[in-house]
Design a protein around this ligand. Structure first.
Ligand code: NDP
Ligand code: DGY
Length: 329
């Protein structure tokens, strides 16, 4: 696709992306691609420079796309395509004001993320990392009746905060473990919750009645800091807390207190604040806290499909045609 001056449109990619995406961009032959050619995040100054004059921007969840970036890009910018379903890193109001279209990657990562969340829940509740460590460090002296006991899903109550695409996929996966009640909370009740016998309840009820709490909502001003001291103080002492949404939904100081004081049993986090979590962070000193490096969608095939979808979204936005997954706002 050419500009009025007969030049190819310019796009800036803030990172190396899966080859499936690069192939689509090259084959289309409609844009001149410049890229932060690294697996590590682009520095802010390089982002501001790279985006100058771009018609399209392909970014990641670690890139904060705010008014400063949009101003640096200038008036050419028609489309932002993020390689993620979460879009809390995009200043949506500013983007909307400028008439820029946004592409994202819903659905294609739902199964992978739900699978990882259930794996994290089981690993946390059944203390898998502790067990693996004991095998390696010689702590395994014998089979002992009460050693490394945890909590099982059978007969339990599971609470899902945010029964959206991923929350529902998590619910579908935990029910066959013999879960007795599936509670959920959010802004509205969902008809589709009937499939998992989901009971729509106020957040406080979910927190106090659940044995396992899974956070799978989007990060918004309302959900930011939602899991705080008051939240953890309402949980059961045997409660297991799992978060695979965004780190800032949780107040980590309050979570540390809840875990170290025995207010709750354990926590599994796929997302933290900041990312990466510093290796000297207090949460990492706790045996009852399992922290993963934001790998919810990390299967080869899912990342390939995300790469392809983000490239197609970018092309749709550049060419003024349909985008396979356009964010409507
Ligand atoms: P959806 O939009 O389908 O679901 C988001 C859910 O959040 C909705 O059910 C919504 O409920 C709920 N929600 C919004 N506001 C609130 C609130 N105030 N209280 C409780 N719930 C609320 O998105 P997805 O399921 O596709 O993705 C969810 C999030 O998961 C993403 O935004 C991203 O942050 C995170 N994610 C993390 C991954 C990882 O690697 N760990 C991978 C992929 C996604 P309602 O409809 O009632 O408003
Ligand atoms: C997302 O897509 O929002 C995840 O956090 C990474 O896949």
């Amino acid at each position: 696709m050419q500009t009025a001056a007969g030049k190819l449109m310019k796009v800036f990619l803030t990172r190396r992306i899966p080859p499936e995406g690069m192939k689509i961009l090259s084959a289309a032959g409609v844009c001149e691609v410049s890229q932060w050619d690294s697996d590590e995040p682009v520095q802010r100054a390089d982002l501001l420079k790279g985006v100058q004059g771009a018609h399209g921007l392909l970014c990641l969840l670690s890139d904060k796309i705010d008014a400063e970036v949009l101003d640096a890009a200038g008036p050419n910018l028609k489309v932002i395509s993020t390689l993620s379903v979460g879009y809390d890193h995009l200043a949506i109001d500013e983007i909307k004001k400028r008439g820029i279209r946004v592409g994202y990657t819903p659905d294609v990562l739902t199964d992978a993320t739900a699978e990882l969340t259930v794996a994290l829940l089981l690993a946390t509740a059944r203390r898998l990392p502790e067990g693996v460590e004991e095998v390696k460090n010689g702590g395994w002296s014998s089979w002992k009746p009460l050693w490394l006991c945890g909590y099982g899903l059978s007969g339990s109550t599971v609470g899902v905060i945010g029964l959206g695409r991923i929350g529902m996929a998590i619910a579908r996966r935990v029910m066959p473990f013999g879960v007795k009640r599936l509670l959920y909370s959010g802004r509205t009740a969902k008809d589709y919750a009937a499939e998992v016998n989901g009971e729509y309840v106020p957040l406080d009820t979910l927190v106090s009645e659940s044995d396992f709490i899974v956070v799978s909502c989007s990060l918004t001003p309302e959900t930011q800091g939602m899991c705080d001291k008051a939240f953890f103080s309402k949980m059961k002492n045997t409660g297991v807390f799992v978060n695979s949404s965004r780190g800032t939904v949780v107040n980590q100081e309050d979570l540390y207190e809840a875990l170290s004081s025995g207010q709750i049993a354990s926590a599994g986090l796929d997302v933290t604040t900041p990312e990466p979590l510093p290796t000297n962070h207090p949460l990492l000193t706790l045996k009852n806290c399992v922290v993963l490096p934001h790998i919810g969608s990390a299967t080869y095939s899912t990342r390939g499909i995300m790469g392809a979808l983000s490239a197609q979204n970018l092309l749709g936005g550049l060419q003024g045609t349909d985008m396979p997954s356009e964010l409507t706002f």
